[in-house]
Design a binder for this molecule. Structure first.
Ligand code: DLL
Length: 448
């Protein structure tokens, strides 16, 4: 690869794995490890948390009912509503004096979720992030620019900790101040960028706007997550920054980024199964689904201390697959989540995911700068999509704006089955994101 010429790998032993013996365990071994840890974790949570014990009592499950991994099906689910009810520390399993960190979700409605960590929990989490950095080609020689937000959000802290564990040179930029991000990237020779995919797209856009090309930076890889993003978006970022873009998944409730991460195959994320047991369920009935069918992800932490959640419903929709991966990792893979079940819009009775809109736009050569606005007038849903044109499109489109609009509308109708009103806007009219992008404005909620 071009980049390797600039990036001096001479004398550097590229590690394929951060913890090879764990990441490449045979499936039977993984299952045995999970069962052993699960039985211990259940006893620990049941014995140390009154809120959880009460939930189990309500379901009629006691200590004696859980003797093997399959017995997990007997346990109650935990939901966001439980976390709100138990706020702030009703699900804590260790004395506060043993905790060393609190992180929190970015939730805008209701009470935030706060997660507690002991030093053991922080180490476990950071190791998961180090695995992700190594899977993206990271070594101790790398300069890792962390442009996720720092603070209560887990993005900055998680990747920062992972980079330290690996021994890479860590650049704690946090998000924002995009020109300075690019200047530091050049001056300090950053080789790996960590931020949300929408922010990566913006950094790419800015790089070109400042008159640079990927040849003017040393970046070789990016580790992007915290929000849904499409394969088309991956291509867009890879081209504009001249890198390989890897997905990373996680949630505050389970620890933060690094619950799952992508390897060189870029075909889904390996779940760190030695720490987290994954199930997919039918979101309506709660029935456990076989691997290979799409459902809501449910996680059970297997060896956490302060805030170990058992059967936590994430509301994220994905598919689990255990197909052999060419990278050598044996951990089950989750496909790119389509979004949360509650991100799905129901417009005029039709299910619409923002990711479908992103796919259409990027396939048709538009920018990833868009916003979906849904409202209700009388009994009718209105559905508008604001699409920003690139400078070049804006210059070229001239009188053909109606034709372009018609073609794009037709592509949406084909993908979604309903007709949006499309608005092609001048460059720079859609607000850029430095963290998690706000793609949808659903004004119907205001009327309810
Ligand atoms: O977003 C943790 C994180 C930080 C993950 C940095 C990756 C990188 P929360 O703020 O608690 O934590 O939000 C968790 O974000 O349930 C998903 O809905 C969504 N999400 C996270 N990663 C991805 C991803 C962090 N790679 C919620 N693809 C999750 C799609 C993602 N959605």
């Amino acid at each position: 690869m071009e980049k390797d010429k600039k990036y001096n790998l001479e004398g550097v032993t590229l590690k394929k794995f951060f913890q090879e013996e764990l990441e490449t365990m045979e499936t039977a071994k993984i299952k045995a490890v999970q069962e052993e840890k699960f039985l211990k974790q259940f006893k620990f949570v049941y014995g140390n948390n009154a809120y959880y014990r009460k939930l189990c009592d309500k379901k009629g499950v006691g200590l004696d009912d859980v003797k093997c991994m399959a017995d997990i099906a007997k346990l109650p689910f935990l939901t966001k509503a439980d976390l709100r009810e138990a706020y702030p520390d009703g699900l804590l399993c260790k004395p506060l004096a043993d905790c060393v960190r609190i992180q929190s979700t970015s939730g805008t409605t209701g009470k935030r979720v706060v997660a507690y960590y002991t030093q053991h929990d922080v180490d476990l989490w950071e190791e998961c992030c180090a695995r992700a950095i190594v899977a993206a080609g990271g070594t101790k020689e790398d300069v890792v620019q962390v442009a996720y937000g720092y603070g209560l959000f887990t993005g900055g802290a998680g990747l920062h900790g992972g980079s330290h564990k690996l021994g890479s040179l860590t650049l704690p930029m946090s998000s924002g101040n995009t020109e300075r991000q690019i200047q530091f990237m050049q001056d300090l020779g950053s080789t790996i960028l960590c931020c949300t995919p929408s922010y990566a797209a913006y950094i790419g856009e800015k790089l070109h706007e400042m008159g640079f090309t990927p040849d003017d930076i040393k970046l070789k890889a990016g580790i992007f997550g915290a929000e849904p993003w499409t394969e088309e978006m991956r291509q867009n970022i890879q081209n504009s920054l001249g890198i390989k873009a890897y997905d990373i998944y996680g949630l505050t409730e389970i620890s933060g980024p690094g619950v799952a991460f992508e390897c060189e195959e870029q075909t889904g994320m390996h779940i760190n199964e030695d720490h987290f047991y994954a199930e997919t369920i039918d979101p309506e009935t709660g029935e456990v689904l076989p691997e290979g069918s799409e459902g809501e992800l449910v996680f059970t932490s297997l060896d956490k201390e302060a805030f170990p959640l058992l059967r936590y419903r994430t509301r994220d929709l994905t598919v689990l697959t255990r197909e052999k991966c060419s990278c050598g990792r044996t951990f089950v893979k989750m496909k790119k989540p389509k979004g949360r079940s509650d991100d799905m819009l129901i417009i005029r009775g039709v299910n619409v995911f923002p990711s479908q809109i992103e796919t259409v736009l990027l396939k048709q050569g538009y920018t990833p700068n868009y916003q979906i606005i849904v409202d209700r007038i009388g009994n009718e849903d209105t559905f508008d999509i604001n699409v920003e044109l690139s400078e070049e499109q804006f210059r070229k489109i001239g009188d053909d704006v109606d034709i372009a609009n018609k073609n794009l509308t037709a592509a949406f109708v084909q993908m979604l089955g309903i007709r949006p009103r499309v608005h092609l806007l001048a460059p720079k009219s859609v607000v850029r994101s430095e963290g998690k992008a706000v793609r949808v404005i659903d004004k119907r909620k205001l009327h309810d």
